[in-house]
Write a new protein. Structure first.
Length: 546
């Protein structure tokens, strides 16, 4: 890192630091208060190979001059500092910018000046609007009480600003701009508009600026991308990988590369279906619930990664996905093989990116009393039904967390997870394990903004009856097909197809539903299991198709 000083328009000396790829495009990082250029310590290493990275200390911070006058900290003066820095480090070449907090406010101010579009090639703004943006938002929301929802949003935002102010009165930055922010004259729309491509990183847990504040930014920025992340105000420190990846994807696209799926999803105003620009992974997609779920997501705009041990079944599923106008990526996979699942996840993420939604659906049926079930058969059911879910979550959840932009996991359990049945011990146990595992994992992933839904279908007509193994006493081993026929008849009478489960899965993801029973009996038994557990245990002793 090299350090030098540049002089702003009012004589303030600004400390400037440069590192990274000397031949790469210039990327200027601007921080807020009370930080210094060290705010970007986690971000710079992720960008240094690609960019010539320039950081600087704002006036009043680090090695830069500390003016005594409060008026020296107006956003206009900060914009002058930014102008001085880019003039010194880039000459006539336009720079890309990543800015946070008051650093971002300064760049917004600069971008409204004549000729700014020739100096800045792109702007990624993190938690830092221009004071006039805040003023306009408060006027538009609080000035229209006949729109209750928007009025309450504005009231809550004003309350957050009011709470913030007392803690910040010692900082000249807030003194210099607070009155203008809250009570300044309403600016003309032309004073807020910018012609530079802008990318917003919206921190959903920011205690100062609510996400709804950014909803109208599209009116002022013709080229706008928005990424909402589950982060607090200091996302440069907590989510450096998200900020770095966002900048790289935007710059690559502006340089002519096809837009990454994440960037497409972030583009404001882009027409898309509910799951457009989304990647979904579904295991057990060769038939039944898995196939219908993959097709349902494709119908709503998603591209789908499908996997199964049944390669022939995958081909039919892929054909149906393509017929919906989506892309299908097929992989043979045994979910019980942890190493294979990890290799599968690595390959999928390398070739297509981290899936936004992961559906762990693959499973097998089994019926038989515990004392009649061989140990290896019991273990097989657990390895596939429970182990497959664990393997899928282990391999994809960690990648979703590392990506830092949330996501959703769906684990397919069963009504059997909360309904004990004496002749389905292995199956019920495996699904109950999925249920509890999902409850625990949901709590763990919540802080990363990753949702998790447990799906609990009841009696659904799929080919699971045809593939179910029956463990009968040796004297009755010849009755397997008879028992299978009875089960098949019972499922047929129910007439509840897998497409209805798929519909429930898609709806549960949209609503971020934690537990979703499917079929009327699944709902009834769910209520009974929680209200009358002794009755459920008593019912478990009853008859069966066996």
């Amino acid at each position: 890192m090299t350090q030098r000083f540049v002089e702003s328009s009012d004589g303030v000396r600004i400390a400037v630091y440069e590192q990274g790829n000397a031949d790469g495009p210039a990327l200027v990082l601007a921080h807020g208060y009370p930080d210094t250029h060290r705010l970007w310590d986690g971000v710079v290493p992720l960008l240094a190979d690609r960019f010539r990275v320039i950081c600087y200390d704002n006036r009043g911070a680090g090695d830069s001059t500390v003016p005594k006058r409060t008026s020296a900290y107006r956003t206009e003066r900060l914009a002058d500092d930014f102008a001085a820095v880019i003039d010194a480090v880039s000459g006539e070449r336009a720079v890309h910018v990543l800015a946070h907090d008051w650093g971002s406010a300064a760049v917004w101010e600069f971008l409204t000046r004549p000729g700014a579009a020739n100096r800045v090639a792109s702007f990624t703004s993190v938690a830092g609007p221009r004071p006039d943006h805040v003023n306009r938002y408060l006027i538009d929301t609080l000035g229209r009480p006949y729109r209750p929802r928007r009025f309450l949003q504005g009231l809550r935002q004003l309350g957050q600003l009011a709470v913030m102010a007392p803690r910040s009165v010692r900082v000249k930055m807030y003194r210099a701009n607070a009155v203008r922010t809250i009570a300044g004259a309403r600016p003309d729309d032309r004073d807020l508009g910018v012609d530079v491509p802008v990318q917003l990183i919206v921190n959903a847990r920011d205690p100062y600026l609510r996400p709804s504040f950014y909803d109208e930014m599209g009116a002022w920025v013709p080229q706008l991308w928005r990424r909402d992340i589950k982060a607090g105000h200091r996302s440069p420190a907590s989510h450096p990988q998200v900020l770095a990846r966002s900048v790289i994807q935007l710059v690559d696209h502006l340089d002519g590369a096809p837009a990454a799926r994440e960037l497409l999803r972030a583009q404001v105003g882009r027409a898309r279906k509910p799951f457009g620009d989304t990647l979904v992974s579904v295991t057990g997609a060769g038939s039944g619930i898995g196939r219908e779920t993959a097709v349902a997501f494709a119908r709503d705009g998603a591209d789908v990664v499908i996997s199964d041990v049944d390669v022939t079944g995958l081909e039919e599923t892929a054909r149906r996905i393509v017929a919906e106008g989506a892309a299908a990526h097929s992989y043979p996979l045994d979910v019980a093989d942890a190493a294979a699942v990890e290799a599968f996840a690595e390959r999928v993420c390398a070739e297509h990116g981290v899936p936004d939604i992961v559906v762990n659906n693959a499973g097998v049926g089994h019926a038989g009393f515990f004392l009649d079930t061989p140990a290896e058969e019991f273990d097989r059911v657990l390895d596939i039904n429970f182990g497959g879910v664990v393997n899928g979550c282990r391999s994809f959840a960690k990648r979703l967390v590392e990506r830092g932009t949330g996501g959703h996991i769906v684990n397919v359990a069963s009504m059997a997870s909360y309904a004990p049945v004496n002749v389905m011990n292995a199956y019920c146990t495996s699904k109950a394990a999925v249920y509890m595992f999902s409850d625990c994992l949901r709590a763990e992933l919540d802080t990363a903004g990753i949702g998790l839904t447990t799906i609990c279908p009841g009696v659904v007509g799929t080919n699971i009856v045809d593939t179910t193994r029956f463990s009968l006493p040796e004297a009755r081993s010849h009755d397997v097909e008879t028992v299978r026929g009875r089960a098949r008849k019972g499922f047929g009478v129910r007439r509840y197809g897998p497409e209805k489960v798929a519909k429930a899965i898609v709806a549960a993801v949209k609503a971020n539903k934690a537990i979703r029973p499917v079929t009327p009996e699944a709902y009834f038994v769910y209520g009974a299991a929680h209200a009358l557990p002794p009755a459920m245990r008593s019912a478990a002793r009853g008859g069966s198709v066996m």
